[in-house]
Write a protein that binds this ligand. Structure first.
Ligand code: MG
Ligand code: MG
Length: 259
């Protein structure tokens, strides 16, 4: 069941989103040659807690940390460790969630460590832009379009997929975005691929996390023995970009974006 949010609930989600966005930004600023992924986690956690918020991921399904930090061919859900050291040339995905006054924010970004390859930079850029192709699809719909059920998740996923694939990359299918609110993961699922005119209809009051995971090689992924870390099956690079989006009466709003 999709839980629609009131204007007051969106106001609370804006607060959670800001904290999430700032924690992600601080985590990204900490990406440097020689730093451990646990250090990134510490920075994220202390930023979230500074605002009296709680890391959404800590303890979620048994996840031991506050941020997911995934390097290079790791797609998502990397577990921070003092033994995992970030090196110049790596691309580092940080995924952050924070709960504040009962509502979650969820956001992810891929950060370069120092100088990276041109291909890695292109992957990061295309992944980010693929998110915005999806977002712009929502933005282009009028309130009437939505109230009459003319905007569907298939339209959004199609926009993401088309852009990523036109650039020679592939879209991870096994993991998708999600509704968000009082729970970190709510209905509906938000795929980064799709067929126009198909799928869940979008309507004002919905909050979703749109989060393309784009691989430089094939779309297949597998999960490490640790039960969490998702890797590309062909060991190609992967990038991730995510924001929490409120679909308000006045159109979509990025809740986790901070200038
Ligand atoms: Mg996330
Ligand atoms: Mg998410």
């Amino acid at each position: 069941m999709i839980r629609l949010k009131t204007a007051e609930q969106f106001r609370l989600m804006r607060e959670a989103g800001k904290i999430t966005g700032e924690a992600l930004l601080k985590g990204g600023e900490a990406v440097k040659d020689g730093v451990s992924t646990k250090h990134i986690d510490d920075v994220v956690r202390s930023t979230i807690e500074k605002y009296g918020a709680i890391p959404s991921f800590l303890g979620y399904g048994g996840f031991p940390c506050s941020a997911c930090v995934s390097i290079n061919n790791q797609v998502i859900h990397g577990i921070p460790s003092p033994d995992t050291i970030i090196r110049e040339g790596d691309i580092v995905k940080i995924d952050v969630g924070a709960i504040f006054r009962g509502f979650h924010g969820d956001s992810a970004c891929t950060f370069p460590c120092g100088a990276i390859s041109a291909e890695a930079q292109r992957l990061i850029d295309v992944t980010r832009e693929s998110f915005y192709r999806g977002y712009e699809t929502i933005k282009a719909a009028s309130k009437t379009d939505m109230l009459e059920g003319r905007l569907r998740l298939g339209d959004v996923g199609h926009a993401v997929q088309t852009y990523a694939e036109a650039n020679g990359f592939s879209v991870v299918r096994k993991f998708v975005g999600h509704g968000i609110g009082r729970d970190l993961h709510e209905s509906p699922e938000v795929p980064n691929y799709g067929t126009p005119g198909r799928g869940q209809r979008l309507m004002p009051g919905m909050a979703i996390a749109l989060e393309p995971m784009i691989n430089a090689g094939g779309h297949e992924v597998e999960v490490l023995d640790d039960g969490w870390t998702v890797l590309t099956k062909d060991n190609s690079l992967s990038a991730h970009y995510e924001h929490t989006i409120a679909i308000t009466d006045n159109g979509p709003e990025l809740l986790t974006y901070i200038g």
